[in-house]
Ligand binder design. Sequence first.
Ligand code: PLP
Length: 360
Amino acid sequence: MIPVTKPFLPPQDSYSKYLTGIWQRNWLTNMGPLASELEMKLKEHLQLEHLLFVTNGTVALQMAIKALNLKGEIITTPFSFVATTSSIVWEGCQPIFVDIDEQSLNIDATKIEAAITQNTTAILATHVYGNPCDVLAIEKIARKHHLKVVYDGAHAFGVEINGKSIFEYGDISTCSLHATKLYHSIEGGLVITKDASLLKRLAYIRNFGFDGPEAFAELGINGKNSEFHAAMGLVNLDYIDQISSKRKALTLRYDEKLKGLRTRRPLWHAHSENNYAYYPIVFESEVSMLNCMNYLKGHEIFTRRYFYPSLANTLPYLTPKNFEVTDEVDKCILCLPLYADLSIEEVDLICRLLLRIQNN
Ligand SMILES: *Cc1c(COP(=O)(O)O)cnc(C)c1O
């Protein structure tokens, strides 16, 4: 059986080493020393001035919306994971969808301005599969219309544009460190901002709004993460280069072997390198995609329609809306298995099967 993804697990003793310290200190959560160490090491690794380690990528988005005090309408993409939209609704705002660009599969920046109204307060865009949005165009629009920008960078760990972390763009960026992501702390997330006063606000929000033991500075939530999760994050950081180079090798193998397949790959940002978080391919039709998906399933190989269906016409709490490009792409897209444990031979097998069924 080949799953579409498999969480990375480091050698068990490299994790258990951290447990002795946790037992000695008896400090299990609430921004303990391991959580602080993880924040420090991640800042170093990602070359960022500020970041906060939080519960998960969804709470990270909710904290971002809260900290920026966003109200009214937030422009967003229908082609993302449900948390991008649900966090907007959860925070009492209204998601306004804008169609995606056919090549990058990110929100189409040229269509954003037409969706702006008097009630628009922000743009919340996802770097889909880690592929950077058109951040310069979005920044320009945001400046012109006095909008805040939040990036859902759940997929974008380690991605840079011209050597600068993708998380530096926008007012706030978030990341998910969920077990299925490229780099993980089992459950976890990051909130990133360059603005020191915003960071302070986010830090209060993460800890119930506490400002000392008996005072409150903000409306807060429990966005803290534990020492056990931080320990997994610390261990996995030692393996991130290994994980990345393995994923890169697998991706290049897919690219090479699938040259003859009638599919296309999303177009990656010209000044950025893939972080190899996913391997999506877009088929010519839904029929041909389903044909391949089912054929692989018959061989115990599992792929995922990621993202399908569109967030704009599937959520029971929103009025359905169709979008030309999104509704076409989400029918035809399929993510192939990609994880550090996958072997080159397994990739070869997947490619052989795909070519065989399509040329049948
Ligand atoms: C995974 C994911 C999230 C949510 O992250 P969690 O850590 O699982 O809460 C948000 N947005 C996108 C695009 C994701 O893929």
